[in-house]
Design a protein around this ligand. Sequence first.
Ligand SMILES: [Zn+2]
Length: 683
Amino acid sequence: MTARALSTLVLLAGCGATPPPLEPVAAPTASEDVAVYVKSAMDTTADPCVDFYQYACGAWIANTPLPADKPAFARSFSVMADENEKLVHDMMEKSAADAKAGTGDPDWQRMGHAYGACMDEAAIEAVGIKPLDARFATIAAYKKSADLPALLGAMQSDFNPVVFDFGVEVDLKNPETQVLTLNQAGMGLPQRGYYLDEDPRSVGIREAYVAHVEAMLVLSGVAQADAAASAKAIMAFETELAKIAWAPADLHDPQKVYNPMSFADLKTVAPKFDWDAWLKATGITVTPKSVVVAVPDYVKGAIDLASNLDAKTLQAYVRWHTMHNNANLLTNAIGEQEFSFYGKAMSGQAARPDRWKRCVRSTTSWLPEIVGKYYVEAKFSGDSKPIALGMIKAIEDEFVANLKELEWMDAATATRAVEKMSLITNKIGYPDKWRDYSALTLGTSHLENGMAWRSWEIKRHLAKIDQAPDRGEWFMPASMVNAYYNPTMNEIAFPAGILQPPFFGADRPSALNFGGIGMVVGHEITHGFDDDGRKFDGKGVMTDWWAPEVVGKFEESAQCVEDLYNGYPMLDGLHVDGELTLGENIADLGGLKQAYRAWKKAHGSEPQAIEGLTNDQLYFLGFAQGWCQVQSPEYSAMLLQVDPHSPAKWRVNGAVSQVAEFAEVFSCDAGKPLNPPERCEVW
Ligand SMILES: [Zn+2]
């Protein structure tokens, strides 16, 4: 199952962020401590008009080593995530003891059992890969291409996306229903460029990948010589998949990926593939009314390639992905091998996170709304809810006021934009109704728990086919430090995890709150009107509600942003991908401007909060310091290829350079890099 196309604030990492060896300190609230907190990160020798990111974060970056068990560490997100993780860890330890004793409510016991089995290293070693035997037998039964539908369906419904993948998503043109979707998948490297480009980093990654696949096959019981030959053949096969795969920027375009057809017509996409057999193997018990094939050429081509592959290579390919898919549930030797490639080689991470951290994360990913429920009970008072709502209202008002100033906008389209804005749903803190886990029965070991959870989770998704979506559903755990805009529901969501310092605190200076969570609110609202979000109306229908000449002008403005970010260098010889990051950059520019103006109106006359800095300066520092970050070069290189968000430095410098008020606040001379003669204005 592939993830939904949400617009998030920061990358949704599979494992989330992790604690550092240094003791993280949560952002303070008392005013003198706030002053120390803000000033201690700054490098005042830097010129804010040349490199505001260095000015705001330079001292912190110089004094902060990258924690060994993380690929990246951010002063706000990671410290907050670490704090949350500690709290959740304590909860899970208690629940594990209670689960053993058979006390506590069923959800508490479920959480304790999942966490406890993950912590039981001896049991994990004793079980080994035995529970995968049934999977391996299914793979070994593959003899010829006629067996392909049954094999792929069985694997894909176990969250093992081989050759292609399926999911159930809201129908982009009819958001009253949810539809079966076929997606591009099946490659072990994050995107096609890794297989195809000449960058020496990619060449090195390819060599390391082949060695890793070989090692994992050996760990699964394949003889060394066979594993070596198979690993090379698997690489050749995945390279063929990469050649027909779409680039990430195209996969993000909702119009390009919306290719609906009837289930019968699916047979014309790949006529030799028995789609009925595939459907049966996935566990889908209805004939779907329609299917959206995100990348038709890819699905057809990938099936052809797989059909023509010799049985031995196809078996090895699926076997490798089965090991990969389960690696974090298996023995230490297998987990370490997986980490040596995906952690060390790909992400530049020095050490594997401690077991307890891995267990907190796996338990949270399986049971987000059980963990969220207890997290909210322990941590979220709800006091911030009305304040956050007030902030959303102020920023929405600002967005509307700003529409009149936009040269490229016409009155009719502006009216429809206001209409869409008025229909945005706000989700703050946590769901009104928690997910029901009563049908989830876990197994006896960590691996079996994972398999049991996947089987439960897939049923939950399959039950959505051709059904109306649950508008109360959340797509992020309440404990997560992140936020999102969901175009098909026209909703913004702010989990409890992000509604705390340094993004937000009831007794922190208003300039910091607006530079922090206010900018995040503006960012998410603007997503509703970025290059993708603008293609959906207020009800979440993908439709063209714009006057045609206004579309042309919008695209010109967006092109200005794309060109700007394309010009930002990263590492040696690489640069930001302005097309991939366009939506996020538009959201940053709009969010920073609107939150500033909303703050000026509501709080602009407040007395100076921190000595030596005006409140206006504090607003921009509050924003910039939310992004202070250190990360490994390997991770930076990977994010440039896959992350729709720009690197932290350019999120800060790019955004402030396009908000004219910034140059006034810091008295930047005309022509300084962050006070350019021309600016891009989208929102
Ligand atoms: Zn975003």
